[in-house]
Ligand binder design. Structure first.
Ligand SMILES: NC(=O)c1ccc[n+]([C@@H]2O[C@H](COP(=O)([O-])OP(=O)(O)OC[C@H]3O[C@@H](n4cnc5c(N)ncnc54)[C@H](O)[C@@H]3O)[C@@H](O)[C@H]2O)c1
Length: 449
């Protein structure tokens, strides 16, 4: 059923099963979204260019296996017929009333946002667009992408008029891998919706109120919604850079930064985040560049990026200092990096601090080995690193993610395997005293020693 011209009363009484939603991009974020809408009885057509993904979903098999609860959800909603997948984006657009885009916007090698995947999707949607349709962008995007890029392209391709024939909204996803289903349903925060006009905003409100149990917050237009998402993420990049600066300053004074941060944060006006080995993933370190594209001289954002990126060099400095205490030059040391994902619990390496540290150490140390419970030996070798299962021959262990398995390491056993007893902990997960008692030299981010 086409929604754009429905009255408010009719809209609020509509049965979800009368609405067909096409969702473009069935990846880590798009597939959980498709599953949740289907679970709430909307008819969902999932669209992806990857045929293997589409075939797998149509067989009821979840291709994003690491996402909690997703396998049973996909099994269920494909069995009931509420979710079907296709590679035909034009046909999906023709047969759906609402089209949701949730593909990533990456940076190119000059850190400019690359809109090519998005434009490909918009072309297909535009070709099948009909009067009364609604198009929603969920992907995080630079300011004005929704109205100036998507809106203009849709009008040109379809010969239809925005805010007369169809509506357009930005409703940014604010969810995380591992908790995606619960996040879509409002575990952490309300849904932000911003339509190209009031009618579209109301439709977006109706839609997301069906799945987000917490709340739906409407903002004036899609551009405001874009900025809510981008600045919310940039806040974290800047705050982490602040925490890293605080740590480096405290270290010079011989003071533990964590003690300062924890005590300072007892004031409700103070919310300092955690220092660490850098910021990874395809969100926090990427979105500042969405702003820097237009606002290249933004001192705060540029500096924050530089500070967080330079933490890998600081980790190597800590390793060098620890090795010096054992009279081993860095160039002769065998290093084991524990953690190549950008954070614990995910199998994703985009802008991973562990990888940055490993690459920098490749030319500075004798050998760099890698282990991460999220990745198999083959995965690690495919990424170009040497896999290591045990601790033999190792002079220095560097922990870069807070994986559960790393928290449970039996250091008495490790002590019997390593060549030199050194641990650099960038995630505050070791018990320094216990390791010192075993004879380890330890260095930790967040502490003076
Ligand atoms: N992964 C995360 O933890 C995370 C967290 C928060 C936000 N996000 C954001 O969510 C959005 C989606 O990211 P993701 O992690 O799901 O990406 P992803 O890489 O896991 O999946 C993207 C999917 O889109 C498909 N695709 C690419 N081009 C397409 C096209 N032209 N037509 C149809 N399908 C196409 C790919 O085949 C893939 O299956 C992005 O805006 C991202 O920044 C991701």
């Amino acid at each position: 059923m086409k929604l754009y011209n429905l009255s408010r009363v009719k809209l609020n009484n509509i049965n979800p099963a009368d609405i067909t939603i096409s969702i473009y991009g069935l990846g880590k974020m798009g597939l959980p979204l498709a599953g949740v809408f289907a679970k709430h009885n909307f008819k969902v057509i999932g669209v992806d260019i990857n045929k293997k993904t589409v075939d797998s979903i149509n067989k009821g098999i979840n291709p994003v296996i690491e996402e909690k609860g997703l396998s049973s959800l996909i099994r269920k909603v494909t069995k009931t017929g509420f979710l079907k997948a296709t590679t035909d984006g034009v046909e999906a657009s023709k047969t759906s009333d609402i089209k949701i885009i949730i593909i990533p916007i990456y940076l190119d090698d000059k850190n400019n946002p690359d809109l090519s995947l998005l434009k490909d999707v918009v072309k297909k949607i535009g070709t099948g667009l009909q009067k009364g349709d609604i198009v929603i962008l969920e992907s995080t995007a630079p300011a004005n992408t929704t109205l100036q890029v998507i809106g203009k392209m849709l009008e040109k391709i379809s010969n239809l008029k925005l805010n007369k024939d169809f509506g357009l909204a930005h409703c940014p996803e604010r969810i995380s891998s591992q908790t995606a289903i619960k996040d879509i349903e409002g575990r952490l925060c309300p849904k932000i919706v911003g339509g190209s006009d009031l009618k579209t905003t109301r439709i977006a409100e109706y839609l997301y109120k069906k799945i987000n149990k917490r709340d739906v917050i409407s903002v004036q237009n899609p551009t405001v919604a874009e900025l809510v998402k981008i600045w919310g993420e940039v806040y974290r990049d800047v705050n982490i850079a602040f925490a890293n600066t605080l740590y480096l300053s405290c270290k010079e004074l011989g003071v533990d930064a964590f003690e300062v941060i924890n005590a300072a944060n007892t004031n409700p006006y103070c919310r300092i985040l955690t220092p660490g080995p850098g910021v990874g993933g395809h969100c926090i370190p990427v979105y500042p560049y969405f702003i820097l594209k237009e606002n290249t001289n933004n001192l705060l954002l540029n500096l924050s990026r530089q500070i967080n990126d330079s933490m890998s060099t600081h980790v190597i400095y800590l390793a060098k200092e620890a090795l010096k205490e054992k009279n081993i030059p860095l160039k002769d040391a065998n290093i084991l990096i524990l953690g190549i994902a950008y954070r614990a619990g995910v199998k994703e390496v985009r802008k991973s601090p562990g990888i940055k540290i490993a690459l920098e150490l490749n030319s500075l140390s004798k050998t760099v080995y890698v282990n991460d419970p999220q990745f198999s030996k083959e995965d690690i070798e495919k990424l170009g690193f040497k896999y290591k299962e045990d601790f033999t021959k190792i002079d220095c262990i560097i922990i870069t993610t807070g994986e559960k398995a790393f928290k449970k390491i039996n250091w008495s056993m490790v002590k019997t395997q390593v060549k030199t007893k050194i641990v650099i902990d960038t995630k505050n997960i070791i018990n320094k005293k216990a390791l010192s008692n075993l004879g380890f030299v330890t260095k930790r981010i967040g502490y003076a020693k």
